[in-house]
Ligand binder design. Sequence first.
Ligand code: PMV
Length: 382
Amino acid sequence: MYICGNILSMMNRNFIPKNLNNIQEKGQYTWKSPSNIALVKYWGKSDPQLPKNPSISFTLDACHTITTLHFQKKEVNDDDFSFDIFFEGKKKEDFKPKIAGFFERIHTYMPFLKAYHFEIHSENSFPHSSGIASSASGLSAIALCLMSMEKLMNPAMEQEFFNNKASFLARLGSGSAARSIEGELVVWGEHKEVLGSSNLYGVTLEQEIHPVFKKYQDTILLVDKGEKVVSSTVGHQLMHKHPFAEQRFEQAHENVSAMLSVLKRGDLDRFVEIVESEALTLHAMMMTSMPYFILMKPNTLAIIQKIWAFRARSKSHVCFTLDAGANVHVLYPENEKEVVLEFIEKELVDFCQKKHYICDRAGNGAIELNGDAQIYTELEKQ
Ligand code: PMV
């Protein structure tokens, strides 16, 4: 335990910049950063945002946040954070406490933060009230903009360090945001079979991946667009005194092992089993917490039953997963796109609010956008 703690703090220290030169007066950076969907779930953490078990996710493509960070050196260094945040063009005072908390947590690793005034402009590709959490894409996008700033002051910085630290910072904003920097498959949390895996940041899965998992499809059925009754923050906390917590954390390790082998072999039947079991286990943890809670809605269950019935009568490998909410992620290989989309249109859309759903797929991670023209083009494409 003692050794682990020491190694951890040594690794944390690696992310404290030593000599930053080339200090800039002002500038701006824009990043487009995706959301992600976990196949093996992270649920339960210790301070500061360290996962109780390893998780593995597909990085998404269509669901993303585009953030521009403008920075201007302050005339007087007043030892305080100074920033304004705009969401879809509107100034958002109510977003400020979350960003202030994030700045507070990352300040040790970004010591220049208090020397600047920032203006943060963000937009999501998905509707704000869709029930899709924007924290993974939103916080990873800000982390990446800040890393671009740091790289400007330390041009010798290597790409691997850039990505690891971006994920490290994003994690301090929102745990699962650690998995939104690269793609298509990311592991976050130490696992004995994933070389270089860490509780501090997500790493791309470097092993051989069977081609059936390329561009894996994720159609997100928007079952409930409202506010969640219990936030993820509270849900994670409830794992501390959870009667099944230790077994769950152990199971996640085993499921990551099994998933690594599935991804190599292209074993879709086993993939379906692990993914659906993980989704239901996540919600089972919520239902067996004290206090207990349920985030699924009747339509979530109706969709699950329909997917099972469809799979039983067809040769499809379609399956579902869930986040901490009522929406259903329908996962399937690209070569089943036509038949599954027809099934969704025929049998599932009636369970979605206003028949809304989003077609997404596994993607390659965040990209930097340079200049307004490019941002415009990206938004136009949606
Ligand atoms: O990143 P957070 O703290 O919002 O946690 C979300 C965790 C799940 O989405 C429920 C699972 C996961 O691994 O993404």
